[in-house]
Design a protein around this ligand. Structure first.
Ligand code: IPM
Ligand code: MN
Length: 349
C-alpha cells in the first residue's frame, strides 16, 4: 500500500493535480497496486489565512509517506520569496531531496521551436544538485540602503554534497543505458572555487565509471548547444542555480512548460514529483492549463515507487495523445480543456 502525500498548492496546481490523480486511479487498477492519498493544503492561501508556511511537525508527517505529489507553489498575493523558501525549498531541503531530476524529451517535433529537430535529437536528462549552491540562502547586506551598500550571496558547495550528486548522475547515466555520456555543466573559467571542487570531484568519480564517456561544457555554452545541437547530450550534471536556469530552456525545446516534469529525489528517503512550470495564476480556474506536465510527474513518481511498467505506460499514453490529438501544448490552445486532456490520457492507458 503506497501512501502518497498530495500538495495541490497554488494557482493552477489543484487543476493539474486532479488530472494526475485521475490517471493514478486508472493505472493502479490496471497494474494492480494499492495506494491511499492524503491532501495537504500548504501554499499561498493557507499562508494568507494563518501566516504559516511549513513547520517541523509537517516535515515529520510527510516523512511517513512513500512519495509526495506537488502541484505548484506561488501566489500573486504573497511577496516573492516567502512561499518559495518557506514551502518549496523547505520541502526539498528538510527532506534532503538532493537531486532534482529533469528529463528533457521531445514527444512531437511539431511542438519544438527548433527547426528540423526530431524526438531522437532531444532526449536528455538534467541532474540538478538540489540542496546547496546559491540556494543555500547564505549571505548578507553591508550598509543596507546606503550608497555604499554591498549584497553578498554565497554559493555553498560541500565535497560530500557535490560528490553524492555526481555519483547519482554517473549511476543514472549507466542505468539509463542510452549514449552513456555524462556532461558536467559548470563555469570553471570564472567561478574558480566552486567549479574547481566540482570538476575535481567529477574527474575522480569518473575513474570508477570507465563505461561512461565524460564531457564538460560551460553553462553559457550549454545554453548554446541546447539550441544548436541538443542531440549531443545524454545526461547533464550541474549545480542548483545553473540547473534551474538550463531546465527552463530545456522545457522550451521539449515543447514548453505544459509538458516539463521533474522529481526532487532523496534516494534513501521521501521524494517529491512536480510539474516544473509553476502556478500560472492567470489561468487559475479556467480549465485551460495543460495537465500533461503533472501527469508526466505522476509517471516519474510511479517509476520511483518501483511501479516501472505503470510509469512507462503513463508516459506512453502521453506520447500517444501529444502526437495524435493535441493542437498545441500551451494553455488555452490545446484544442481540449484541462479535464479533457486528462480524460484522453486515461482513454489511452
Ligand atoms: C523550480 C523553480 C523554483 C526553483 C522556485 C519556484 C523556487 O523555479 O523548481 O525550478 O528556483 O528551484
Ligand atoms: Mn526554475
Amino acid at each position: 500500500m503506497y501512501k502518497i502525500a498530495v500538495i495541490p498548492g497554488d494557482g493552477t496546481g489543484p487543476e493539474v493535480i486532479r488530472e494526475g490523480l485521475k490517471v493514478l486511479e486508472v493505472i493502479s487498477q490496471k497494474y494492480k497496486f494499492q495506494y491511499e492519498t492524503k491532501v495537504f493544503d500548504f501554499g499561498g492561501e493557507r499562508f494568507l489565512k494563518t501566516g504559516k508556511t511549513l513547520e517541523a511537525s509537517d516535515i515529520d508527517e510527510l516523512n511517513k509517506y512513500s512519495a509526495i505529489y506537488l502541484g505548484a507553489i506561488g501566489h500573486p498575493g504573497v511577496k516573492p520569496g516567502i512561499l518559495e523558501t518557506g514551502v518549496l525549498l523547505k520541502l526539498r531541503f528538510s527532506l534532503d531531496q538532493y537531486i532534482n531530476l529533469r528529463p528533457v524529451k521531445l514527444y512531437n517535433p511539431e511542438f519544438c521551436p527548433l527547426k528540423d529537430k526530431k524526438p531522437e535529437d532531444i532526449d536528455f536528462v538534467v541532474v540538478r544538485e538540489n540542496s546547496e549552491g546559491l540556494y543555500k540562502g547564505m549571505g548578507e547586506f553591508k550598509d543596507k540602503a546606503s550608497l555604499d551598500e554591498v549584497a553578498i550571496q554565497i554559493s555553498y558547495n560541500t565535497r560530500k554534497g557535490v560528490e553524492r550528486c555526481i555519483r547519482y548522475a554517473f549511476e543514472y547515466t549507466r542505468k539509463r543505458n542510452k549514449r552513456k555520456k555524462l556532461t558536467l555543466c559548470g563555469k570553471t573559467n570564472v567561478l574558480t572555487y566552486a567549479w574547481d571542487l566540482w570538476e575535481r570531484t567529477f574527474n575522480e568519480v569518473a575513474k570508477e565509471y570507465s563505461d561512461i564517456t565524460t564531457d564538460y561544457a560551460h553553462v553559457d555554452a550549454t545554453c548554446m548547444w541546447f539550441v544548436k545541437n541538443p542531440e549531443w547530450f545524454d545526461v547533464i550534471v550541474t549545480d542548483n542555480m545553473f540547473g534551474d536556469i538550463i531546465t527552463d530552456l530545456g522545457a522550451m525545446i521539449q515543447g514548453g512548460m505544459g509538458i516539463a516534469a521533474g522529481g526532487n529525489i532523496n534516494p534513501q528517503g521521501v521524494s517529491m514529483f512536480e510539474p516544473i512550470g509553476g502556478s500560472a495564476p492567470k489561468y487559475t480556474g479556467k480549465n485551460v492549463i495543460n495537465p500533461l506536465a503533472a501527469i508526466c510527474a505522476m509517471g516519474m513518481l510511479l517509476e520511483n515507487l518501483g511501479e516501472v511498467k505503470a510509469g512507462k505506460a503513463v508516459e506512453g499514453a502521453v506520447i500517444k495523445i501529444v502526437n495524435t490529438k493535441l493542437k498545441s501544448l500551451a494553455a488555452g490552445k490545446m484544442g481540449y480543456s484541462t479535464t479533457e486532456v486528462g480524460d484522453l490520457v486515461v482513454e489511452n492507458l
